[in-house]
Design a protein around this ligand. Structure first.
Ligand SMILES: Nc1ncnc2c1ncn2[C@@H]1O[C@H](COP(=O)(O)OP(=O)(O)OP(=O)(O)O)[C@@H](O)[C@H]1O
Length: 325
């Protein structure tokens, strides 16, 4: 779908996307949209397919099946190449280069290079331009890598575990820098992370994957509002009927105490305490319960109400539920 000014509303649009490495299916039946302008967290356990998804969007891994569009154009359209920047997990930089030489390389390789933005990012960390990259701390190297990425002026910035090796202080600083620069440049950000607290504070959208399939996708607020954490005393075996009538993502009993993560289909009857769960509680619930049905908000679904191209789309959307909360 395109907006009135001709730009695509969707930064990323995957339909039935799949990737097979020899006989191993890393991603399957993946149908999700991420709107332009979102800061989207990509979460899931080790081996879930996060790096493979980012690699396909970054054009370094070729999908085996399905379609993937970036700002409305097929991912393999060379015209879109300059629109995307990808920062791999190991943040490949040349250790012998100085910060200044690294930025110069960025300028020479990228026709749309924005030296002012790149220098602003480096200077705000008080990094000396003459320092060798190999002598910098992990946080400082992350800053140089982000300067290189934002210097490209990408419309879509793909980050694989950008804070993985940073201490909490450096992660906070780099997270703030990332959000400020994304807002300044209007960049859509998709970042994989195992740090759920960072995802909760930084991301307005979320895609959770497990076993190469989407488990949750959409606006973080809407996804949270669609769930309730139910607790109470339960003396018999199994999930009580008044809870089982809702979609139960996960239920656990500790002694006499039952805790259930549910997607309510109306009020929860009986003597149960219900609260809105934290993002961490929702994500852990889905990770621990691979059989729980996935949930995609209307905006994340490729057959959502804004879709004009849904005919013939395939994927797991047939079995998903819509968020009604
Ligand atoms: N080049 C490859 N060749 C073969 N198998 C691969 C390759 N890359 C990834 N895989 C497999 O695909 C699956 C998904 O891997 P991927 O790296 O995308 O997961 P991830 O969610 O990024 O994991 P992590 O959180 O550990 O980084 C895994 O089973 C992995 O072993």
């Amino acid at each position: 779908m395109t907006s009135a000014d001709g730009a695509s509303r969707w930064a990323v649009e995957a339909r039935g996307l799949g990737k097979c490495f020899r006989r191993r299916r890393a991603v399957q039946d993946f149908s999700v949209r991420i709107p332009a302008g979102a800061v989207c967290g990509l979460v899931g356990p080790n081996g879930a397919g996060k790096s493979t998804l980012l690699g396909m969007a970054a054009r370094i891994i070729r999908p085996t099946e399905g379609s993937l569009r970036i700002f409305g154009s097929p991912v393999d359209d060379p015209a879109g190449l300059a629109d995307t920047a990808f920062l791999a997990q190991d943040k490949p930089l040349f250790p012998q280069f100085t910060v200044e030489e690294t930025l110069r390389l960025g300028r020479e390789l990228n026709p749309r290079w924005d030296q002012e933005a790149a220098e602003r990012i480096v200077r705000s960390g008080k990094l000396p331009l003459g320092a060798r990259v190999g002598s910098l701390s992990g946080g400082q190297r992350a800053r140089v890598a982000l300067a290189l990425a934002f210097g490209k002026r990408p419309r879509l910035l793909l980050l694989d575990e950008p804070m993985a090796e940073l201490d909490p202080l450096a992660a906070h600083e780099i997270g703030g820098l990332l959000l400020a620069e994304a807002a300044e440049q209007g960049t859509t950000v998709v970042m994989s992370s195992h740090r759920l607290a960072d995802v909760a504070t930084m991301c307005d959208h979320l895609v959770a994957v497990a076993g190469g399939r989407v488990r949750l996708a959409g606006e973080t607020d809407e996804l949270l509002a669609a769930h309730r954490l139910v607790t109470g005393v339960h003396l018999t075996e199994g999930v009580p009927a008044e809870i089982a009538r809702h979609t139960v993502v996960e239920s656990r009993t500790t002694g006499r105490q039952l805790t259930a993560l549910i997607r309510p289909h109306g009020p929860v009857e009986g003597d149960w305490k219900t609260v809105e769960p934290s993002l961490e509680e929702v994500l852990l619930g889905y990770m621990r319960s691979p059989a729980a049905p996935p949930l995609l908000t209307a905006a994340a679904r490729v057959d959502g109400p804004h879709d004009q191209e849904a005919a013939g789309s395939h994927g797991q959307e047939q079995e998903d539920e819509e968020v009604t909360a």
